[in-house]
Design a binder for this molecule. Structure first.
Ligand code: ZN
Ligand code: ZN
Length: 341
């Protein structure tokens, strides 16, 4: 079968012919219908230090949906023909975090597309306990975005302390920024979303979704926020980009006792003004991946039309055109980019 493979410890990916995976007793074989490129896939493409521990070679992709074509003999709840999507973390199930429902922090987890063969392929083998059914009326293209939306649900609803009528500044207008902004708005917050000039298309999507979108190449974001708040600062900054200047900006634009949630993956250490954090009693939180419980929530949010993932998806490619697909994602000239094998 055809697959997008990371095989060498250097920038780039390859489209290769690899064997169709064999299913274990507790797995199903999925014919992939849609698989989305994630920000982490861009780090893998570039082979940044954050991914130096990954398995090579590996079939990439952890955001995917498709149709079951085969089931292992211990699988009873699913059958060939079922439409499903998968969680991205293969957790151990036994560690303290797994037992508390936080498999995103599992001590012994493997991730599709990093340690285990993933969904940028014609077929992928998945343990049945990671599956969720795709409701009638939801397309495979939308279903492949349940995983990243689940991340956003965890970041916003589980981790970030915010209240109705708070001003939340979402820094970064990639798919996670665009999903998270919608979740903050659902929670009653007023949202400003920011990006750079190169993010023109994405800022346009933010506007289409009804947000105030600020191009910080032309506007001083901190000054803008101070103007909006009478000099007090925003209640929350949400850093959805792995750029060190965004963290500095977040520290400058939140109010005293403000909260900063950081979800970007950074290529290097980030210096922060700790004295400012101390004197203003700021709280900084990291948020990573999604918990299993976030998946049914995301499925409902899409089904009920409360979160619009469709307008965030802008590009579709065949596996053969992987290089072009990654180019669009790396250049940020689109929203979400999917393979439709
Ligand atoms: Zn992802
Ligand atoms: Zn575990």
């Amino acid at each position: 079968m055809k697959a997008v493979v990371k095989s060498r410890p250097e920038p780039g990916v390859e489209v290769k012919d690899v064997p169709v995976p064999r299913v274990a007793e507790d797995e199903v074989l999925i014919k992939v219908k849609a698989a989305a490129i994630c920000g982490s896939d861009l780090g893998i493409y570039k082979y940044t230090p954050a991914y130096s521990g990954m398995r090579l070679p590996v079939v990439m992709g952890h955001e995917f949906a498709g149709e079951i074509v085969e089931t292992g003999k211990l699988v009873e709840r699913y059958a060939a023909g079922d439409r499903v999507l998968s969680e991205s973390v293969k957790a151990c199930g036994g560690c303290g975090f797994c037992r508390m429902g936080m498999s995103n922090l599992c001590d012994g987890s493997t991730l599709f597309g990093i340690h285990a063969d993933g969904g940028f392929a014609e077929y992928v083998a998945v343990p049945h306990k990671l599956l969720h059914r795709i409701p009638p009326g939801m397309s495979y293209e939308e279903a492949a975005l349940v995983e990243p939306l689940s991340n956003a649900v965890h970041f916003v609803n589980d981790i970030t302390p915010f209240r109705s009528r708070d001003l939340v500044v979402v820094q970064g207008c990639g798919p996670i920024g665009l999903f998270s902004a919608q979740l903050f708005r659902l929670g009653g917050a007023k949202v400003v979303i920011s990006g750079l000039g190169v993010d023109g298309v994405r800022l346009g999507i933010a506007e289409k979704l009804g947000f105030e979108a600020v191009n910080i190449d032309g506007v001083d974001l901190v000054k803008h926020v101070m103007d909006l708040t009478g000099g007090k600062g925003a209640d929350v900054a949400f850093v959805a980009v792995g750029a060190p200047p965004a963290v500095k900006q977040a520290m400058s634009l939140v109010k005293k006792r403000g909260a900063i949630t950081v979800v970007g993956i950074f290529g290097s250490d980030v210096p922060v003004d700790m004295t400012r954090l101390v004197r203003r009693e700021l709280t900084v939180m990291g948020a990573y991946d999604a918990k299993p419980v976030n998946f049914p929530t995301s499925i409902s949010l899409i089904s009920e039309g409360k979160v619009n993932v469709r307008d965030v998806l802008t590009h579709r490619f065949s596996l053969d055109d992987a290089e072009e697909a990654f180019r669009v994602a790396l250049d940020r000239t689109g929203g979400k980019v999917e393979f439709t094998p």
